[in-house]
Write a protein that binds this ligand. Structure first.
Ligand code: DGL
Length: 264
């Protein structure tokens, strides 16, 4: 099925998910929408994030997308159920939270899992609930880390500032005995190496790139949605285009891409 996949995020962080999908499923074409005018979602109310998400999904469906990927933990936490129900029987909706929970449970070796994410994601309690449902014995240690996404977006990684911020958050005593850590925000993939170094490789890290791409492939196989060949170009729309977003894309997507402005 050669229709595009619709992928959206609050901004450009979801490009890390889009990149993983395009690496793993190179025959797929997608329409990406980054809602930069409303960025960050991480400190908006649940009601606002839900409203923005519905609006974006209407646009993606009107553009003939065969599936929707919510490439944002915050929108996955507060809007997934409603979007899934709304699109039932029309197109599948994939969030970035369930595949991570499933991967941790499938690993079978974890006893205490940490979560770092935006305030809205942590306060939604969705990771905690979903984990409890899948494995009631799993302990969780959660911490909102609101400085990380803007820090990464501004280009701070692998330097003194990022080291200090990461150390400040992760040296919290609640993380002392974790054996896995969820990078619960699509931006955090860019500081994965630093986080790994902080824990000396002792803690297994889970993020929403390869895990989500693999889950998507499995869903596409079941639903007969895989494309046999790539037809046409990917499109990357943002609701507010600035030079700094354009500049930052190469860090998130690992290649030069052109953002197109689009007001919904
Ligand atoms: N990309 C968003 C997420 O994964 C974080 C950025 C934001 O707060 O908008 O939660």
């Amino acid at each position: 099925m050669e229709q595009p996949i619709g992928i959206f995020d609050s901004g450009i962080g979801g490009l890390t998910v889009a990149k993983a999908i395009s690496d793993y499923l190179p025959n797929e074409r997608f329409i990406y929408f980054g809602d930069t005018v409303h960025l960050p979602y991480g400190d908006k109310s649940q009601e606002a994030v839900l409203r923005y998400s519905k609006n974006i999904v209407d646009f993606l469906i009107a553009n003939n997308c065969k599936a929707i990927v919510i490439a944002c933990n915050t929108a996955s936490a507060v809007a997934y159920e409603e979007l899934r129900d709304r699109l039932k029987g029309i197109v599948p909706v994939i969030n970035v939270i369930d595949p991570i929970i499933e991967a941790i449970v499938a690993d079978g070796n974890h006893h205490k899992v940490g979560l770092i994410a935006t305030k809205t994601t942590v306060e939604s309690g969705v990771y905690q609930e979903k984990m409890k449902r899948r494995n009631p014995n799993m302990e969780m240690a959660v911490l909102p880390t609101p400085l990380l996404a803007p820090m990464i977006e501004e280009g701070f990684s692998e330097d003194k500032i990022s080291h200090a911020v990461i150390e400040n958050y992760l040296s919290h005593s609640r993380f002392n005995d974790i054996d896995a850590l969820i990078l619960g925000c699509t931006h955090y993939v860019l500081i994965r190496k630093e986080i790994n170094a902080f824990f000396n490789g002792r803690v297994k890290l889970y993020d929403s790139t390869a895990i989500v791409a693999h889950k998507m492939k499995a869903i596409f196989e079941t639903e007969n949605l895989l494309s046999a060949k790539k037809s046409g170009q990917n499109h990357f729309y943002v609701s507010d285009l600035t030079d700094s977003f354009q500049e930052a894309t190469s860090r998130f997507y690992d290649a030069k891409i052109k953002l197109e402005p689009l007001k919904l």
